[in-house]
Design a protein around this ligand. Structure first.
Ligand code: HEM
Length: 123
């Protein structure tokens, strides 16, 4: 959990799937089902942060600035998941949050893969 990225990757991949399922249920008009998925998704936000923080505190000394930015952008992705679903439920516009989600997701993948643990396609 502290020295490899497996648990962290598992949590954010499941969160991404739950986010897509929540969107699908919303579009199908199944609001009750969507609410349940949204609650489970919120639990996964906590697990993403927990697994990220555990690696962060053990390894951030290697490159504190980049680790700090990685953590903040990770929180930004989670915030956009939440904003999109909440605003969708209220019937409000989500365009600007989708733009931010895509930008933040690209940055978090790039930073995560550049940092020393786990996979290094860019190194
Ligand atoms: C949805 C949000 C997030 C996504 C998509 C994401 C994605 C990733 C990816 C792709 C990696 C690299 C895995 C590898 O190289 O095997 C990674 C590593 C990491 N993430 Fe996240 N992450 C997210 C949220 C967070 C948060 C909130 C934190 C901190 C609070 C965090 C801290 C870390 C740390 C410390 C690493 C290890 C960096 C290293 O040394 O290689 N992540 N993340």
């Amino acid at each position: 959990m502290f020295d490899n990225t497996h648990a962290h990757i598992t949590t954010w991949v499941i969160a991404l799937i739950l986010f897509i399922v929540a969107l699908g249920l919303h579009n199908a008009g199944k609001q009750k089902g969507m609410k349940v998925v949204q609650m489970i998704l919120r639990l996964f936000y906590l697990l993403i942060i927990l697994t990220g923080v555990l690696m962060f505190f053990k390894h951030q000394g290697i490159d504190p600035a980049l680790y700090g930015i990685k953590a903040l952008v990770g929180i930004w992705v989670i915030a956009m998941f939440e904003m999109i679903l909440v605003r969708m439920n209220k019937g409000k516009g989500t365009g600007i949050f989708w733009v931010q989600l895509i930008i933040a997701f690209i940055i978090v993948l790039y930073l995560g893969l550049r940092l020393p643990l786990g996979l290094h396609p860019f190194a």
